[in-house]
Structures are given as C-alpha cells and as structure tokens.
Design a protein. Structure first.
Length: 287
C-alpha cells in the first residue's frame, strides 16, 4: 500500500438564527490506497456534533464513501462482545425498502453469511446504533480492489478529529475457555492515518506470550506475529518468523522485528490471556 494521502478538509460554520447556537465543524476526507481484497480500515474521524467536539462516535455506515467501490462490497463491524459482526453491503442502484426510497450508492444492512457450524448466528444486520470508534478498525471486503492493474483508492469521511485514542483489548472469559471461545479477536487501527505504523514503536503493555498479531488479511501477504525476546539482539517485541535457506538442504528460522502496517490500515490482535489490556495510540503528529 502506498502512503495515505491527506485529502480535503473543508471548514464550515453554521449559524441558524440570531438566538441559535453557532457551531464549527471540520469535514475530513482521507484517501487510502489499498489493493487488498480484505482491508481493516482505520477510523480517523468522529460523528458530527453541534459544537465540533469529538464526543460522538461515527455511524459505521457513514465512514467509507461508496466512491470506487462495487455493488456487493461489504462492511463488517466487530461487536462489543468480539464474537459477532454487524454487516452492510453496498447497493449501487436506487431501491425501495419498506416503502422508503434509498439513494444509489448507499450502505444497506444485509447479510452474506449467516450461521456458524453450531447453528448460531455470527453476522447480523447493521443498524444506526452501530458505531465505529477511533483506535479500532472496520473490515472492508472488496470485489475489485485492483482494476486493469490500477489500485482503486478508498475514501473515508467524517468530522475531522485530532488527538490520540485508547483501545481496550478484551481478554478471554475463563468460563468460556472450554466452550466456544479460546481466543478473542480485536481489530485495531491507528487513528493517525498520515503515515505507516511501526508495530514495535507502539506502547504495548501486559502482552501475554500466547497472544498473536495478524498483519494484513490476504493470503499472499498475511504475517502471523508472536511476542518474543531475542537475547542475542537485545530486543523484545512482536516478530514474524520465516524460513531462510542456508544450503539446498538446510534452513534456519529468521525473526523479523521490523513490522509495519500501511497508513490507514489496521490489524488483528488475538488475545489468549484471561485479562483485558489496552493500547494507547500516540497523538498524531503535526505533519
């Protein structure tokens, strides 16, 4: 993925009447160049408020603009229980739902997957109450991320927001370890989308040795990372292991600590400990 390019910021002031409250809102638009079929999208923005304060989370179906996307592309939002997803599908044509006309190019609550093997539902219809929170990610599934060799950009919109964010990484419920859940998956994404994220520069805390990270989600680019101490290098952090040939018949394991996530893109944190932890995202730079 190429570096995210800061798009357009439009400042609009609204005055309703002489006695009404005046407010100033900054409209944020970001361009993300991603050629992945599956991309965890960052959440840089918040929802619109009367005074421009970043106190309202953004509706999940308002973050990603339909531009450059195809009919049937899907959004999946991981719920607060970290086990089920809210789902929306892009509809490129005008439709009438329950007698109400919907515009072309809108995110429509719709299901493309329904049941786990045990018969329980793991995807449900998205609703207005489903919001995206800065510090976490939103899963975008695309049919045509690359057309004729050219990557289609993704555009994010919302109320322009600065400042860091804190993301809670849920631990495993001990009561469910012997049942269905043995690990908890959380989509994390840096709300600062002006540059790539160096994984080992982040202020990690309470990492369990069994925890893992999954970077990117396409088969040819996925990295599974573990927490490791390399006494020879004097390094402790996340690393990805790969096999490197020494000779035609002998290989050795190489650990890569130089892990980076492209700007505007997130990753999975797989928590196996029975306690929660958190990640405090740094305040975005002034650049």
């Amino acid at each position: 993925m190429k570096k995210l390019i800061m798009g357009l910021l439009l400042l609009a002031a609204f005055a309703v009447s002489a006695t009404a409250v005046e407010s100033t809102n900054a409209y944020g638009l970001l361009k993300i160049v991603s050629g992945y079929t599956n991309t965890i999208i960052s959440v840089p923005w918040t929802g619109y408020t009367e005074d421009g304060a970043p106190t309202l989370d953004l509706r999940a179906d308002r973050l990603v603009k339909p531009r450059n996307l195809a009919d049937g592309d899907e959004l999946l939002l991981l719920g607060p229980d970290n086990t089920v997803f809210a789902s929306w599908v892009l509809a490129r044509t005008n439709e009438t739902v329950d007698g109400v006309a919907t515009p072309a190019g809108h995110w429509e609550p719709r299901l493309t997957a329904h049941r786990r093997t045990d018969g329980s539902s793991f995807v449900y219809l998205g609703a207005e109450t489903n919001v995206v929170v800065r510090g976490f990610g939103l899963w975008l599934i695309r049919q045509h991320p690359v057309v004729n060799g050219v990557t289609n950009a993704v555009y994010l919109q919302g109320q322009w927001t600065r400042g860091g964010a804190t993301a809670t990484i849920a631990g495993v419920d001990p009561k469910r370890v012997n049942g269905y859940v043995e690990a908890v998956y959380t989509m994390l994404a840096n709300p600062d989308c002006t540059h790539e994220t160096a994984i080992n520069d982040l202020p990690w805390q309470d990492v369990d040795a069994r925890d893992t990270l999954i970077l990117n989600t396409d088969a040819t680019t996925t990295k599974y990372c573990q927490w490791r101490t390399d006494r020879k290098l004097g390094v402790t952090g996340w690393c990805a292991a790969r096999q490197e040939k020494v000779t035609a018949t002998v290989s050795r394991t190489v650990y890569d600590y130089d892990l980076k996530v492209p700007a505007g893109v997130g990753f999975w944190y797989v928590r196996r400990a029975g306690t929660d932890t958190s990640l405090v995202w740094p305040t975005p730079s002034e650049e």
